[in-house]
Design a binder for this molecule. Structure first.
Ligand code: PBE
Length: 317
């Protein structure tokens, strides 16, 4: 009995001590809590806005750049920008021209920060006060031109179409006017017809002296970018004035070039050069004829509302 009692006492002492130890441990790990209980939850060591406005812009926009369709040259250039400027925290969100501009419109209406992949000509610059971020590494390239490309053999098969396409040239402001009509709700075919009617002097320069045809079929490929929707519908209108029966085929950027080189489309008026579509141009060069620029003075880059306190891609770091 005595031995058992000693064991029991010993056992009780052991249990008590271990409880005390656990209690100490518990109170130890909690010992910071009382003195901290009036403070905010652990702050992320974020630099203050004054010291580092760029970090704060990253946080404000969730380190997201709102992009467009993944095949666009602008997207390839932006992936390059993220790499070359060391923006590994940043994500390029794939969407489309219409989804990107919808996000831009929403942010702009609420005066919220947003960074998008943008280009000129585009109606968004008519509707919103926007600015390009400086690109000191010049990855987006400077001013560009939009070229008209025809499939090999178009001149022999459809000489009148070839002539009109070769003559096609207009100004960024013309293209923007068509884009604005469409953005304001006009159907794209009607917007092109409206512009062509009000700018008959310009259209006549492309079609005057070209032999008429009688419903010959032509296929033009384009991508669903506001700028290319405008230009492709306008040149289609001009070709229809000469008598062509024109079908427009909407494709991805790569498909547009591939279709041209495979001969399934007759022409495109949507090749942004020398930078944006350089890779496509080089890949398919043997299979199309470059009819030269139809527009001068385009630009691509990162675009933000003018109210944002940021000026350069370097500030995103
Ligand atoms: N864009 C509009 C195209 C060319 C025309 C700038 C979105 C691109 O990035 O491929």
């Amino acid at each position: 009995m005595k031995k058992n009692r000693v064991l029991l006492v010993g056992f009780i002492i052991m249990v008590t001590m271990s409880l005390v130890l656990v209690g100490c441990g518990g109170s130890d790990s909690n010992s910071q809590t009382p003195s901290n209980s009036n403070q905010e939850p652990a702050p992320t060591p974020a630099p203050s806005n004054e010291d580092n406005p760029a970090a704060s812009i990253g946080e404000q926009v969730n380190y997201e750049i709102i992009g467009i369709d993944p095949g666009a040259g602008l997207m390839a250039a932006t992936r390059d920008v993220i790499e070359q400027y060391g923006l590994s925290d940043w994500k390029l969100v794939e969407s489309s021209d219409s989804a990107m501009t919808a996000a831009l419109k929403r942010a702009y209406t609420n005066q919220q920060p947003i960074i998008v992949t943008g280009w000129t000509p585009h109606w968004k610059f008519s509707s919103f006060d926007l600015k390009y971020l400086d690109d000191p590494l010049n990855i987006y390239g400077g001013d560009e031109q939009i070229h008209t490309l025809a499939r090999v053999g178009l001149q022999a098969d459809h000489p009148s179409a070839y002539k009109v396409l070769d003559n096609f040239f207009w100004e960024p402001g013309d293209m923007a006017d068509v884009m604005v009509l469409i953005e304001e709700g006009m159907n794209e075919v009607e917007a092109a017809a409206d512009w062509a009617k009000n700018n008959a002097d310009k259209v006549n320069v492309w079609i005057d002296g070209v032999d008429k045809v009688d419903g010959d079929k032509l296929n033009l490929a384009y991508v669903a970018w506001a700028s290319e929707i405008a230009s492709t519908n306008v040149i289609a209108n001009a070709l229809e004035q000469v008598g062509y029966n024109v079908t427009l085929q909407q494709l991805e950027a790569g498909g547009m070039f591939a279709g041209l080189s495979g001969g399934s489309s007759d022409a495109i008026v949507a090749a942004w050069l020398p930078t944006t579509h350089e890779a496509f141009y080089e890949r398919f060069q043997a299979d199309f004829e470059d009819l030269g620029p139809n527009l001068d003075g385009t630009r691509i880059g990162l675009v933000v509302p003018a109210y944002m306190d940021i000026d350069s891609i370097e500030d995103l770091k």
